[in-house]
Every structure is written in C-alpha cells, then in structure tokens.
Design a protein around this ligand. Sequence first.
Ligand code: KGT
Length: 275
Amino acid sequence: MPFNARVIAIQMCSGMQPEHNFQQLEQWLEHSDLKEPTLVCLPESWLAFMQDAKQSLQFAQNYQYWLDKLGELCRRYKIWLNAGTIAVKGSEKGYFAASFLLNDDGEVVARYNKIHLFDADVADGSGGYRESRLTIAGTEVVVVNTPFGKIGLSVCYDVRFPGLYQAMRNLGAEILLVPSAFTTVTGAAHWLPLLQARAIENQCFVIAPAQYGTHENGRKTYGHSLILSPWGEVLSDAKQQLGMISAELDLTQLHRLRTDMPVQVHNRFKSEFYE
Ligand SMILES: O=C(O)CNC(=O)[C@H](CS)NC(=O)CCC(=O)C(=O)O
C-alpha cells in the first residue's frame, strides 16, 4: 500500500538560459522543508523556455548533462522529480518534448514524449503557436508504479484530449501529471475546468505545475499551478506568484471514492487500452 504522498509543484517563469533556470530550481529546493518522501513536479519547458530554433536543437543534444545534474539533486534532497519537459533530440530537424520521472537515487524511471502538439492561433497577441515545427509528437502512453502511487505522464495541451487520460486510467493511473505553459487567454477560460474534468472523470489526483508571467522572449503564461483531488477539489493553487505549492495525497480517499462511485466499471466506452 503506498504511503500518503507529499507532492510539491513549482511555478516558474523560465527564461532562455538553462543554467539560470536550473539555479532557480536549486534555490527553491534549498528553501523548502524536504524531510518526508516528496515528489517534486516542474512545469513544461522549465529548463529552457522558447529558445530560437538553432539554440533549441543544440540544447536538445545536451539533455543527458542536465539529467545527470537533476539526478544529483534527487540524491542530495532524497526526492522524486518530474522534470516537466526537456527537449530531447529526435532527428536533424526536431526534438521530443520529453517528461522524465527520476527516483530518489537519481535514476530515470519513466519518460513520456508529449503526444498532442500545440498548433493553434490564440488571440493573445502572440501571432500563433506552431509547436510541431520543431517538436516531434510522441506516441506512447506512460503509467509508472512508484511508492507514491501509479503515476500517468502528460503535458500541457494533452489536457484537452480526454482519451489519453482514460488510457492512463485504464493502465492503473492514480496520479496524473500535467506540466504546462498555458496561454493567458486559454488559461483564463479553460485551465481549471479541463484539469477538474480529468480529475473527476478518471478519479485521479492531478498535479499541474505551470509557467507564469512575462518571459524573456515577451511571451506571457497563465500561472495557477494546481493540485486537485479526485473529487475535483483544489487542494492548492499557486495563483499568480512564483514558487512552490504542496499537498498530501490521500490514496485511501481515492480508493474509497472509486468504490462508492465505480465509474470505471460502469463505463460503456472503454478504450483499446482497457486491461
Ligand atoms: O515551447 C515552449 O518553450 C513552451 N511550451 C509551450 O508553450 C507549449 C507548446 S507551444 N504550450 C502549450 O502546449 C499551451 C497549450 C495551451 O495553452 C492550451 O491548450 O490552451
């Protein structure tokens, strides 16, 4: 039986310099009380936010260097870490937006590549988003067993596609991670209800660390990193401030809810991933 999981989500305003973003992370960890087993979750693109194409591709070749450094942090603080997304080179022309999960020995225990890419026009003054220009879409659903519970990995725009989360639930997921960098316009309209829907319909905890603020390249993000219960309650909200939020996840409550209202058993539209 997993213990009650202590989780932290860090809200960041990442810039273009990986060294600087990494130092920020180290500072947050330095100033937190990490005595119990803790899962620390970082937002999308936390290590390098919107570099230009050439820089991004070059950076994507060096991901192992950063994974080693993260592994060292995990050992130093005895934490598990979901490293939001890091660009990992996949071809001459592109990279995967990879979400790694590291254990407290600093080993990578899971990797998920963002499946749904944000090619959309939003009236936020950005001129539009074309993530697929440089990012290669992932294809695999990832759920991994940990001492905190069974964790399903996803990223940002994925949250709009309920089929992915049903697939993760069908593979046993109890905790859904959604590292993000939502736009201010779509964030204000959709962020909370989308995350609540994924939590409620799959009866899972949801941890959604986000980017917030005006970034070095002028881009704005919505913030409001959230931790939600399987009932859809907001356990913690980072609002519009940088820093950490935390919560205790009571897995017993989750299983009681699944017994009291067995929506998974009642579901007549099970996906191909159903076990
Ligand atoms: O590229 C980076 O450095 C950071 N990554 C992002 O900003 C990504 C891809 S452009 N953003 C989203 O997926 C926003 C989704 C969203 O806002 C929605 O679904 O409404």
